[in-house]
Design a binder for this molecule. Structure first.
Ligand code: KG4
Ligand code: ZN
Length: 363
């Protein structure tokens, strides 16, 4: 694959991600080579609580991060002196965890005398498409994760304009809550997708915001409709068959909503920029139904849809290292006293507005 323009191919960046429940480190080059990408999920630590517990997450990051970095450097066959920069998620996220990653990156940067790059986790997701494909700015980014659901125009590195976002739950959160309701366990998204594979989308569920003029989302009504549907299925229900059908119906409704909202945003992108591509990023972009629904939509509008492979959709260090590569190419780095931030909107215009805080993250 050709290297992106303006990015020096021999740059090597270590990226650390600790903003939620994955402890991750990766080494990525300007040639888009992922030399190492180590992700340790804390799922088992949080499963008994049915969600991420911030204190447990922070402690697990403290205990695991050094070993994860050592593994990544070892797999890459490099020492700290071979790095051109150290990038770490500096927010938004669970601030205890963010601090662990950021302070570790600062220590390595200081010891190796290399620049530190403080990465916005959301920018990491948004730019991950450029790690795997030739995607030019401006592009439309549908960011769908456990804490976020927004549509952005990415005009350049550090330049994002939000077209819409959720007015209540994030879409990953809707997957997680619906999965819990169906007894599918935690984390919900992948479990619900597996259940839906054996079902039919035969239940009529609402499609909130469909046809609205703006690019906003809403998922709490859909979640409530699933609850009423399941309660109405009668004693002993839901059966395995019904769980599969409800899951498939939920996924179909989510696909319709995301496609409708993206169609609005694509029209704006085409009007303002005469074209571009649709990037789908964040944990929910790992969902095959969502991907194929959005692929169809993009094809119908004559634009490309790019979604990273599933392992790069969910939280990982490679996307943070890549954001570091992109920022380094523009001469951007940060002072060693840069602060960890629980909240950090990607678009400057939204700074100060707080929307849908969840698991410590807000857009
Ligand atoms: O991006 P991510 O790893 O973390 C955040 O930044 O939030 O996204 C996690 C979210 C969770 O809500 C999870 O259930 C959802 O992404 N998710 C999925 C799938 N894999 C992860 N949702 C639907 N289908 C999937 N296959
Ligand atoms: Zn994420």
């Amino acid at each position: 694959m050709p290297e992106p323009r303006n990015i020096s191919p021999d740059r090597v960046v270590l990226g650390l991600e600790t903003s939620c429940d994955e402890t991750a480190a990766a080494v990525v080059t300007g040639k888009r080579e992922v030399l190492a990408n180590v992700v340790l999920s804390q799922l088992d630590d949080h499963r008994p609580y049915g969600g991420v517990v911030p204190e447990i997450a922070a402690r697990a990051h403290v205990e695991q991060l050094d070993g994860i970095i050592a593994r990544a450097m070892n797999e890459a066959g490099l020492g700290f002196a071979d790095l051109d920069a150290i990038a770490a998620t500096a927010g938004p996220g669970l601030v205890g965890g963010v601090m662990v990653g950021l302070v570790t990156a600062k220590a390595i940067a200081a010891a190796a005398r290399r620049p530190l790059i403080a990465v916005n986790h959301l920018e990491g997701h948004a730019l991950s498409a450029r790690l795997v494909a030739e995607v030019e700015f401006p592009f439309l980014c549908l960011l769908v994760s456990g804490g976020h659901c927004q549509l952005l125009v990415a005009e350049g590195v550090g330049r994002y304009r939000r077209l819409g976002s959720t007015i209540d739950d994030a879409v990953g959160e809707a997957f997680d809550k619906t999965a819990k309701l169906l007894g599918l366990g935690y984390p919900g998204g992948p479990a619900l997708e597996r259940a839906a594979a054996g079902g039919q989308a035969c239940y009529d569920l609402p499609r909130p915001m469909l046809g609205r003029e703006n690019c906003d989302f809403s998922f709490s009504g859909l979640k409530t409709a699933v609850r009423h549907l399941v309660e109405g299925l009668g004693p002993g229900a839901p059966s395995t068959r019904q769980v599969a059908d409800v899951a498939a119906s939920f996924q179909a409704a989510v696909g319709d909503v995301l496609a409708d909202r993206c169609a609005r945003a694509i029209a704006i992108l085409q009007r303002e920029h005469g074209g571009g591509s649709l990037v789908v990023a964040g944990g929910v972009a790992a969902n095959a139904t969502v991907r194929s629904r959005l692929e169809e939509l993009a094809t119908a509008h004559g634009i490309a849809m790019v979604a990273p492979p599933p392992a790069l959709c969910t939280d990982n260090g490679a996307m943070i290292a890549w954001a570091g590569v992109e920022r380094l190419a523009l001469g951007l780095s940060d002072p060693l006293d840069v602060a960890a931030r629980a909240r950090w909107p990607l678009d400057a215009a939204a700074a100060g507005r707080i929307v849908s805080p969840r698991r410590g993250r807000s857009s």
